[in-house]
Design a protein around this ligand. Structure first.
Ligand code: BYC
Length: 339
């Protein structure tokens, strides 16, 4: 390492230690940049793929009100994906490159979205448990050391809270409904509970990235800490819903001040990550098809932007100035959008 690199690294380390934000133009270690791109890309892909299981129920929502809410929620997930791809772009990685890695299976998305949505109650269970787990994981990311990711998370978390409440409310309606509706809600919770706990990632002693990510203040808590926090929140909520969680070992532990819970089937988790979950193939092939079907939209948008740029150049003799201003505005918009 050269002396000037060591000086840059010292400035970076001091900023992280002082809880200051690292911004796109700041010097950062290559591994910090690569680690962020990995996590943010995986997060963005999860948001986009996560639209599929819920969108499955838009046409069959039980009322106009439920349909409108679900459509808004699925659209929100698309928006989250876009903030996150923009955040990754500030690290010098294009959206095309990331999508290519998703479509070719070189980058991951959350294990949770490889499970099917079999009944309407699954929409409620996803809102309550999956969005609930997502909020638990993502609220601390609002304090992530990388500015654009942290700012994107503020808005994402506000919207996720609404999603979580809608899921809880939908499940409550079913739980208090007919016997068949109650049974449908219980069945959905039975299927989504364990995969929701797996969302937090492998146990701490098997987590490859946690130690470094926590040292750099990308992650603020370990996978197991967040998982425990989620169980502590969800267990009393299940009681209020009049539903049970499918874990005979779930029990309040007075001494620890936490709920104890049973063992997680990590073989299932790793198997889903390897591509062998119930819906891995379906999710990826649908995503690839959506991307191919959208090619004409991207081409039209690029042609329109090209035409717009050309007009700018022809109309304006000070082309360089105009471009300089354009770039500045562009950067500014990124900041405003929280990414
Ligand atoms: N699924 O070292 P570790 C949402 C991978 S919510 C798939 O602990 P890290 C949404 C991990 O990538 C879901 N893969 O990793 C909610 C690594 O493999 P690579 C998205 C997983 O990064 C509602 C290996 O296992 N949220 O979007 O320190 C509606 C070792 O793990 C999973 C986020 O992404 C998993 N569950 O910790 C719609 C939040 N867990 O990369 C949408 C941001 C681990 O070395 N992400 N792996 O090949 C994070 O907080 C962290 O990345 C994680 C994992 C906690 C997920």
């Amino acid at each position: 390492m050269t002396a000037s690199q060591a000086a840059l690294e010292a400035v970076f380390d001091a900023a992280v230690a002082a809880d200051e934000r690292i911004e796109p133009r700041d010097w950062m270690p290559d591994a910090y940049r690569a680690g962020l791109v990995r996590q943010i890309a995986q997060h963005a892909h999860s948001e986009i793929i996560g639209m599929q299981p819920e969108a499955n129920w838009i046409t069959r929502a039980p009322s106009l009100r439920r349909k409108a809410i679900l459509m808004a929620k699925v659209q929100d997930e698309a928006g989250h994906g876009l903030y996150l791809y923009s955040a990754a772009e500030t690290l010098g990685t294009s959206r095309d490159e990331l999508l290519d890695k998703l479509h070719s299976g070189r980058q991951k998305y959350s294990s949770i979205f490889n499970y099917p949505t079999l009944t309407w109650a699954d929409v409620g269970a996803i809102g309550w448990l999956v969005d609930g787990a997502a909020i638990t994981n993502q609220v601390p990311l609002c304090r992530c050391s990388y500015g654009p990711y942290a700012r994107a998370m503020v808005r994402v978390c506000k919207e996720e809270s609404f999603h979580q409440r809608q899921g809880y409310e939908a499940l409550l309606a079913l739980s208090r409904g007919t016997e068949a509706q109650h049974a449908m809600a219980q069945d959905a919770v039975d299927r989504w509970w364990w995969p929701s706990l797996m969302m937090f990632g492998p146990p701490d002693d098997e987590s490859t990235h946690s130690a470094q990510a926590m040292a750099w203040k990308i992650k603020r808590h370990s996978n197991d800490e967040l998982r425990q926090r989620f169980v502590d929140i969800a267990a009393p909520q299940a009681e209020s819903l009049g539903l049970t969680l499918p874990d005979p070992d779930l029990k309040w532990n007075e001494e620890r001040g936490h709920y104890d819970f049973g063992p997680i089937d990590w073989d299932e988790f790793w198997n889903v990550l390897k591509g062998n979950g119930p819906c891995n193939e379906q999710r990826l092939s649908k995503r690839r098809k959506a991307h191919e079907d959208g090619a004409w939209v991207r081409e039209a948008a690029a042609a329109y932007a090209g035409k717009h740029d050309g007009r700018h150049g022809n109309d304006n003799h000070g082309r360089d100035d105009a471009h300089g201003r354009h770039d500045e505005q562009h950067t500014h918009t990124h900041g405003e959008a929280g990414a």
